[in-house]
Design a protein around this ligand. Sequence first.
Ligand code: NAD
Ligand code: SER
Length: 315
Amino acid sequence: MTTGNILVIGANGQIGTVLTETLRNAHGNDRVIASDLAPAATAAHGPFETLDILNAVRLGEIIRQYDIRQVYHLAAILSATGEQHPQWAWDVNMGGLFNVLEAAREYRLKVFFPSSIASFGPFAERQNTPQHGPLEPTTVYGISKVAGELWSQYYFLRYGVDVRSLRYPGIISYQSMPGGGTTDYAVEIFHKAVLEEPFTCFLRDDTRLPMMYMDDAVRATLLLMEAPAEQVKLHTSYNLSGMSFTPAELSAAIRAHYPGFEVQYQPDFRQGIADSWPESIDDTDARHDWGWAPSFDLQAMTLEMLTRLREKYGR
Ligand code: NAD
Ligand code: SER
């Protein structure tokens, strides 16, 4: 096994839950160590270690104990929660990344660090936002992602650390609930539809945002991490695109399956965050450099989400 043992930090979150399971299916349960602030579902099928990523000593202990060679560093405070607790979000997002980068330098680890469409701000082109261009985010979450991208590149250039990164769109999944982001409505709406309850959306009906189904997000992550080093040409973070839609378009796609589904709109502070982000993303570099192409569009994702959630709720 060339990858060696793998540590997932923030394994209990929306992405970590699915990524940990996928990695365990590929490499064996015992080779993938889940970690988070407390045990949860990821502790059930393989090793789990309690880890606050701000504790560098504990991180080093786990790396040595399991002879870790790769780290997926998913622990972060997301955009909406970050705006409610800016200092804490900065401390966790930057302090956590520094601990991971320093450990990667010391133990020669390969690292995955997720960035976000939140790296872009109001001065970026909103349609087909290019890979290179103004960033200037207005959220603490976005500021931490831009800084994280640049520090990742710095550790690559200065110390030769193999850090790879994607600017994820809003991720949609049925396995677990999202953790305090601005795109969370696009997951919550499916639960309400399947439970046949009305949904109140915290964004305006015409708010177009880049989104991606979880299967595509995990596939892109593994494609990038497994790509030969010479194919990874960007050491900040790759733009990544799946689909783009508005709450009104998503509601219409759900109504094709649930004609009576009711949606109301009550925009809150998250509208301002969404308004500062791109509507769609140009991911030409990812497609060209390591062969990225998404599989799920709005219709395919909607059918899959409704099918899986019906199974989950026994409906
Ligand atoms: P999430 O909020 O669902 O999960 C984050 C996990 O990190 C949680 O389980 C939490 O307990 C853990 N965590 C928080 N603070 C920690 C700490 N100090 N030490 C250890 N663990 C801690 O987030 P997610 O949606 O799974 O996102 C994972 C990563 O992907 C994040 O970096 C996020 O910024 C990025 N991302 C996510 C999306 C998305 O739509 N989900 C989009 C773009 C980027
Ligand atoms: N889904 C994330 C958020 O809304 C984007 O990074 O915070």
